[in-house]
Design a protein around this ligand. Structure first.
Ligand code: HEM
Length: 145
C-alpha cells in the first residue's frame, strides 16, 4: 500500500506541475488579452482544483499513516525537527503544498466572483511557485528510475 501511494504521489507530481503551468499561462494570457473568465477557464479551474486536491489527499495519507519518514518522526518530534531531511516532509513540504492547494481554490473562487482571470493568474502563480520550490527534486523523477 505504501509503495503504491508513494508511486502515485510521484506520478501525480507531474500532472500537478503540467496542468499547473498550463493554467498559469492560460490565466495570464486571459489577463493580457483583457478576456473575461471564459467557460474554458472555468473548466481548467475545475481540473486544476481536482488535480491539486487529489495529490494533497494522497500526501495526507502518506503523511498521517503510510510514510515511515513521518510516522517515525511523530514518535519523537523534537529530534525530527532537528533533522533537516525529516523536517522537510514533516513540516515544510506538507505545509506549503496544502497552502498551494488552498491558493488554487481561492484563485478559482475569486476569478468566478470578479469574472476576471487576474485573480486566478495571481493565485495559481503563487501556488505553482510553492509547488516547484518545495517538490523534492532530488528524489527519483519517476518511480523506479
Ligand atoms: C500538492 C502538491 C504535492 C506535490 C507536487 C508533492 C510531491 C511529492 C514528491 C515528488 C514526493 C517524492 C515521491 C518519491 O520519492 O517517489 C513527495 C513525498 C512526500 N509527500 Fe508530497 N507532494 C505534494 C503534496 C503533499 C501534501 C499535501 C502532503 C502532506 C500533507 C505530502 C506529503 C508527502 C510525504 C509525507 C512524502 C514522503 C513520503 C515518503 O518518502 O515516505 N505531499 N511529495
Amino acid at each position: 500500500m505504501y509503495n503504491f501511494m508513494l508511486n502515485l504521489h510521484s506520478y501525480l507530481r507531474w500532472v500537478v506541475v503540467i496542468i499547473g503551468i498550463i493554467a498559469v499561462v492560460m490565466a495570464w494570457a486571459g489577463v493580457f488579452s483583457r478576456a473575461r473568465w471564459t467557460p474554458q477557464q472555468v473548466n481548467l479551474g475545475r481540473l486544476i482544483t481536482i488535480v491539486f486536491d487529489t495529490q494533497a489527499l494522497v500526501g495526507v495519507l502518506l503523511y498521517a499513516w503510510l510514510s515511515p519518514i513521518t510516522t517515525s518522526a511523530f514518535r519523537d518530534m523534537a529530534s525530527a525537527m532537528k533533522d533537516a531531511g525529516v523536517r522537510f516532509y514533516v513540516a515544510e513540504h506538507s505545509l506549503v503544498m496544502i497552502i498551494a492547494a488552498v491558493l488554487v481554490h481561492i484563485g478559482v473562487l475569486r476569478a468566478r466572483k470578479k469574472d476576471s482571470p487576474l485573480q486566478a493568474a495571481i493565485f495559481y502563480t503563487l501556488a505553482i511557485v510553492g509547488v516547484l520550490a518545495l517538490t523534492p527534486w532530488g528524489r527519483p523523477l519517476l518511480p523506479g528510475s
